[in-house]
Design a protein around this ligand. Structure first.
Ligand code: DAH
Length: 350
């Protein structure tokens, strides 16, 4: 029986050295120490032994049981530790690996151009003003010297909402809203107003039913046409290059008198004539003029004491000219392949 025990111990110990996972270890524990295992079997047969043999075999059996239990415990500790190490190794993160690049967005080309223009005028002491896009007919037309039925209203096809409200067709109504509220005790008016405007146009390469404008207005004492000319010259040079010249052509707007259209000398060919300036050497940029006395008076400003100039430009047109964009719809269809072309220079500029 002692031999049986020895063999059993040897066999069990050998199996234990080979065990590689916790489940097999548990199977071994059940196999050797469980109720139906060989140890129990040996104990059962102890009754048959002689009085001298009994204590010897009993002691040896206990020895084997304790030894096996210990070894199983040790194997369990070893396997559990191994399992933790394997898990940790599997979860290891190589912190030196380069990360996944997250694409950061940049402002849209149109936003960039609007911000560039805003910065330019803020630098000259202007304030940025805003007005509603759903506007009263009064501010969009009447207060700008365009009474109901005036033929010049046809210059701008409008989206009316009710008889007296419409989607503003221009940012000029902000002029009237600003003048109405202004107190000259606080100094002259110097504002620019960027914003969306709406017209009943069919969309094509050069037209959009919704686009943006930037309105400018300066009103104070002794504001003259030469102030306007100086301001527009700075604008042309800052936006299109220091060697730009400007040309003012007589024009008509109901809210200015005299009214002019400003052209700049072509930034592409310098004036000799090319595709960009359609061979003329000049590129039309904006409309402008001296604020009409009627407009001043209608907003409660004494036109004998105060005078001013106004201008209105289209950031889309400026963006298209400056960056060679051939279709206004590129600015509105949000094709990333288009938008991303203008991302780099923006990050540099910021
Ligand atoms: N509001 C005019 C337009 O949409 C643009 C304009 C022209 C604005 C002359 C002005 C201006 O302030 O003086 O066609």
């Amino acid at each position: 029986m002692l031999e049986q025990l020895n063999a059993l111990q040897k066999e069990a110990e050998e199996s234990l050295t080979q065990v590689t996972d916790l489940k097999s270890l548990n199977d071994l524990r059940v196999k050797y120490l469980g109720k139906k295992g060989p140890m129990t079997e040996i104990m059962k047969q102890m009754g048959k032994l002689s009085a001298e043999e009994k204590p010897l075999v009993g002691a040896r059996a206990n020895e084997v049981r304790t030894a096996l239990a210990k070894q199983i415990e040790a194997a369990q500790a070893r396997l559990e530790e191994e399992a933790i190490i394997t898990k940790l190794q599997e979860e290891t993160i190589d912190v030196t690996l380069p990360g996944t690049k997250v694409g950061a967005g940049t402002p849209h080309l149109l936003t960039q151009v609007i911000e560039e223009l805003e910065d330019l005028f803020i630098g000259m002491g202007y304030r940025v003003a805003e007005g509603p896009e759903v506007e009263l007919d009064y501010y969009n037309f009447e207060a700008l010297n365009l009474p109901k039925g005036h033929p010049a209203r046809d210059m701008q096809d409008s989206f009316y909402i009710t008889e007296n409200t419409l989607l503003r067709t221009q940012t000029s109504p902000v002029q009237a809203r600003t003048m109405e509220k202004h107190d000259f005790k606080n100094g002259p008016i110097k504002i620019i107003c960027p914003g969306k405007v709406y017209r009943r146009d069919n969309d094509d390469a050069t037209h959009s039913h919704q686009f943006t404008q930037i309105e400018g207005l300066v009103v104070g004492e002794n504001i003259t046409f030469s102030d306007l000319k100086g301001t527009l010259t700075v604008l042309a040079k800052k936006m299109f290059g220091d060697d730009r010249e400007i040309r003012l052509r007589p024009s008509f707007f109901p809210f200015t008198e005299p009214s002019v259209e400003m052209d700049i000398s072509c930034f592409k060919c310098g004036g000799s004539g090319c595709r960009v300036c359609k061979g003329t050497g000049w590129i039309e940029i904006l409309g402008s003029g001296m604020v009409h006395p009627n407009v001043l008076e209608m907003s409660g400003i004494d036109s004998k004491k105060y005078s001013g100039f106004a201008f209105g430009m289209g950031p889309e047109r400026i963006a298209m000219l400056k960056y060679g964009v051939d279709d206004i719809r590129h600015l509105y269809t949000n094709d990333l392949r288009f938008a991303e072309q203008f991302a780099a220079q923006e990050t540099e500029g910021r």
